[in-house]
Design a protein around this ligand. Structure first.
Ligand code: ADP
Length: 414
């Protein structure tokens, strides 16, 4: 089956077309046939598409909304100039899998989309006001284009963390806020942490219940999860993706009293401070330069900029602190696994995070570390190191495509 995987944001659409089936899942032989992203939807959009070859097609032009973006992506998939094996037009796409950010307490796993499921995703809008509306628009656009009979699945970013124990998800605020408003830790990046844990166990040929690791996703958003016997027992993002590690433009953990204090001192509203914590903090806020780690590393090397260095130092220190906390929560672990744009590509950041961890027995093999970039997978600790550190490039799209195929098969719609 050819599954179209969609990740719709407030002004962007990312897609992958993946060929998969139950047999291909069993043999791990799925193929990505095409992928692309459209940014700045709602204005002069920028589009970039690629097929299975190296060629990248770029174009720009006005794109009104997500529906128009999906039309543009499908036109490209069906165009004569692009040859995608086995795909000539829409009818060669058999199902759609959507990344949905928030499933609240309702969705503990991926589901086929029905009207009731759509209402459930809609109910979660107050928990993810920026993300769930875009996800719903993506589902509706696909319904309008492919028709209601086309199977569509929702794969939730929160679902993997659904089994967190109460002690990890209840905040120490009056309990009625949990009862009344469902204020609790939900955790995000769940599909990525799930993929990393899955890949770790298949690569090392160990049963799911023996997976005791710490998974670290470092991208624009960053999160870390403690996985015990195959399930997460804690994770750093919380009620929203703002909590936890330092991110590109998000603060991560801060003393909540700071919000009131800034409001008073700067004459700002709570909404303004919330926006500052999400969009102007993290690496960007500390450095005053950029939210992009690659640029920050270049800046710190070229000009020795003090605040660029400080931002990198705080970023790495926060990750190290969480590793220590999760090792305590897990009563030890077998491996720390890096992923995400920074975790997969920056040997330097991995090395800084793992420095001064001799107490744990972490010894990186710097040759392996520097070689394990650009989508490569592997162990980066030394053979004799008491503690394993490795890199697994994430693949959320593959998990979404697989869940979609499995749900269709289970429902007898295949
Ligand atoms: P998203 O969370 O939006 O999916 P990514 O996972 O692609 O983002 O991560 C983007 C981050 O990865 C950016 O901060 C970028 O600078 C960083 N990054 C990508 N390649 C490198 C590299 N070679 N060295 C350092 N950072 C990198």
């Amino acid at each position: 089956m050819n599954i179209l995987v969609l990740n719709c944001g407030s002004s962007s659409l990312k897609f992958q077309l993946i060929s998969t089936s139950l047999d291909q899942i069993a043999q791990d032989t799925e193929r990505t046939l095409a992928k692309g992203h459209i940014e700045r939807i709602g204005g002069a959009a920028v589009m970039s598409f690629s097929g299975s070859g190296d060629e990248v097609y770029r174009s720009a032009g006005p794109i009104r909304d997500i529906r128009a973006a999906l039309d543009a992506a499908l036109q490209w998939i069906a165009s004569d100039s692009v040859k995608i094996e086995g795909v000539n037009d829409h009818s060669d796409i058999h199902a759609v899998g959507h990344r949905v950010v928030h499933g609240g307490e309702k969705f503990s796993e991926s589901v086929l989309i029905t009207d009731e499921v759509l209402r459930g995703i809609d109910d979660c809008i107050e928990l993810a006001p920026l993300h769930n509306p875009a996800n719903i628009q993506g589902i509706q656009a696909a319904r309008a284009i492919f028709g209601r009979s086309m199977p569509q699945a929702a794969v939730f970013d929160t679902a993997f963390h659904h089994k967190l124990p109460e002690r990890a998800y209840i905040y120490a605020i009056p309990y009625q806020f949990y009862r009344r408003h469902k204020i609790r830790r939900y955790g995000f990046h769940g599909t990525s942490h799930r993929y990393i844990a899955y890949r770790y166990r298949t690569k090392n040929n160990i049963p799911r219940e023996n997976v005791n690791i710490i998974t670290i996703h470092l991208g624009n958003g960053c999160s870390i999860a403690a996985i015990k016997n195959g399930d997460p027992i804690d994770t750093s993002m919380g009620f929203t993706p703002l909590e936890g590690l330092v991110m590109g433009s998000r603060s991560g953990d801060i003393d909540p009293a700071i919000i009131e204090f800034i409001c008073q001192k700067e004459g700002l509203s709570v909404e303004q401070v919330d926006s500052i914590l999400n969009k102007q903090s993290g690496l960007l806020g500390i450095s005053g330069l950029t939210n992009d780690m690659r640029e920050l590393l270049a800046e710190s090397d070229e000009s020795g900029d003090r605040r660029a260095r400080l931002a990198i130092d705080i970023f790495c220190y926060r990750v190290r602190k969480y590793i220590g906390a999760y090792l305590a929560a897990l009563n030890g672990a077998d491996s720390v696994v890096f992923s995400g744009g920074i975790g997969e590509n920056s040997a330097r950041i991995r090395s800084l995070i793992c420095s001064d961890m001799d107490w744990l027995g972490v010894e990186l093999d710097e040759e392996r570390n520097t070689a394990t970039i650009d989508g490569r997978e592997g162990t980066i600790s030394r053979d004799g190191s008491r503690f394993n550190v490795s890199v697994i490039p994430t693949n959320e799209e593959l998990m979404i495509a697989r869940d979609t195929v499995r749900l269709i098969a289970a429902a007898g719609q295949g």
